[in-house]
Design a protein around this ligand. Structure first.
Ligand SMILES: [Zn+2]
Length: 468
């Protein structure tokens, strides 16, 4: 009998908090495309004799994130040096947090399951190496850009509570929504502001002991995260079923080859020779400040999702999709507040607004939904009106008037068109009358072409009546 494997995934997520300056100096965060080494100073270059200063905005973003994840905030926290030599790390160490992180023991609800958060702490990013050259002539050159060295990062570490690639992806999406909702980060993966590092192992279903895990580094899209985990699960399953052993190591994800590859064997904490950062005093956090931050948190996505179900009667799946994006959720509540029905508004947001990413004003969406519900315009016309209102800012009723859009719901006005369609499609009429009821589809399609303003319900009723 083939054994059943259980997938066990924990995740480290690095998030760049929304700050103007770096973690320990006044350098600007800058933008992608800035000239290399243009946002640097003595502190982030690690020159001798300089002292770091903690960025208060980064601490505040980290505390807000921790509070939103229901973490405990210990009174005392400190920074530590994580020592290693690498060309993108000018100081020869990274300032991070080791045994007294800024927060511990939180959780995030993912699809109704509680995923425990071990800790959320602060650290600094490293620089970037750029390799250039020509393999043929063995003329390789490496360059270093330290614009990102010292950029603040929050590290959010989960317990190994995730059980599938789907869950891991949904967890990362849930984190992004939360971070954007509380304004702690823009969490834009394309800009490297959110990077996921899942650790993955498998074990026989029903056993408690954890298998040997591999850690995937720096995954920068939800799609890559999902695929990389699926690949890694298959790879580990094949090794174990062939009687082999998984090696504990760090692996990368090749987007081009759609596979993971070995990078290096896992370092142990001892290898980093952590010790308290001597240039920064331990932080004693002000309880009143923490309480102020807690009180100022907006409604969190989980609570909003529940409220969209209880207050508006939305199906759970609709509520989850809309609450996952603060802009969509605001649009939904605004449009319903402007008098449109909850379920039709949800349908329009999920069907039309979310896929295009073009967000109308709540008033305009409400107007379009009301025009369709009242039968004044067709659904196709409504889509056009909605898009045009987003692009021009003009109101839907204005656009409807300008285009002369109106839906013809009067039977007598449609009869000539319906008869013309029947005359033009004798074969379909014959088929329908001979019992091939699906022939109605061809007739309706032709009618839609000839009379796009026809009310589809009135037109099909009329067609059926004339077909006898
Ligand atoms: Zn600097």
């Amino acid at each position: 009998m083939a054994s059943t494997w259980e997938v066990v995934i924990g995740m480290e997520v690095h998030v760049q908090p929304r700050t103007r300056s770096k973690m320990f100096c006044g350098c600007a965060i800058g933008n992608i495309g800035d000239p290399p080494n243009s946002n640097v100073c003595e502190v982030c270059l690690g020159l001798p004799g300089v002292l770091p200063v903690v960025n208060k905005a980064a601490v505040e973003a980290c505390l807000k994130t921790a509070l939103a994840l229901d973490c405990e905030i210990p009174r005392h926290t400190k920074f530590d040096r994580k020592n290693y030599m690498y060309p993108d790390l000018p100081k020869g160490y990274q300032i991070s947090q080791y045994d007294l992180p800024m927060s511990v023991n939180g959780s995030l609800d993912v699809d109704g399951r509680r995923v425990r958060i071990r800790r959320v702490h602060l650290e600094e990013d490293t620089g970037k190496l750029i390799h250039a050259g020509d393999k043929l002539h063995k003329a390789w050159e490496s360059f270093v850009d330290l614009n990102r060295a010292g950029v603040p990062l929050m590290e959010i570490v989960s317990e190994p509570d995730l059980r599938s690639a789907d869950e891991a992806r949904d967890y990362a999406i849930g984190l992004r929504t939360l971070l954007r909702t509380i304004g702690a980060s823009e969490a834009d993966m394309e800009k490297g502001q959110l990077r996921a590092e899942p650790n993955i192992s498998i074990r026989h279903a029903g056993t408690q002991e954890l298998g040997v895990k591999t850690e995937l580094k720096n995954i920068n899209s939800f799609r890559a995260l999902h695929r990389a985990i699926l690949y890694e699960v298959t790879r580990q399953t094949e090794i174990l079923e062939a009687g082999g052993a998984v090696v504990q190591e760090t692996r990368g994800w090749s987007e081009a080859e759609q596979r993971t590859f070995s990078q290096r064997s896992k370092e142990l904490a001892e290898d980093y020779r952590y010790f308290p950062e001597p240039d920064l005093p331990p932080l004693e956090l002000d309880l009143a400040w923490i309480e102020d931050l807690r009180r100022a948190l907006p409604e969190l996505p989980g609570a909003r999702r529940a409220r969209l179900v209880s207050d508006y009667g939305l199906p759970a799946a609709d509520a989850a999709q809309i609450a996952a994006d603060r802009d969509l959720a605001d649009l939904f509540e605004g449009a319903v507040g402007a008098g449109a029905g909850a379920k039709p508004v949800a349908n329009w947001i999920i069907g039309e607004v979310a896929p295009t990413g073009k967000i109308p004003t709540p008033e305009h969406l409400a107007e379009v939904v009301k025009l369709v519900t009242a039968g004044s315009i067709t659904r196709d016309q409504a889509k056009e009106v909605l898009m045009e209102s987003v692009e021009t800012g003009r109101s839907p009723s204005q656009i409807v008037a300008e285009h002369g859009f109106a839906q013809i719901s009067d039977e007598s006005a449609l009869e000539a068109e319906v008869r013309a369609v029947m005359a033009a499609n004798p074969r379909a009429v014959e088929d329908y009358r001979a019992g091939k009821k699906q022939a109605i589809g061809a007739l309706m399609a032709d009618l839609k072409k000839r009379a796009p303003q026809a009310n589809p319900k009135v037109a099909s009723d009329l067609l059926l009546k004339l077909l006898g």
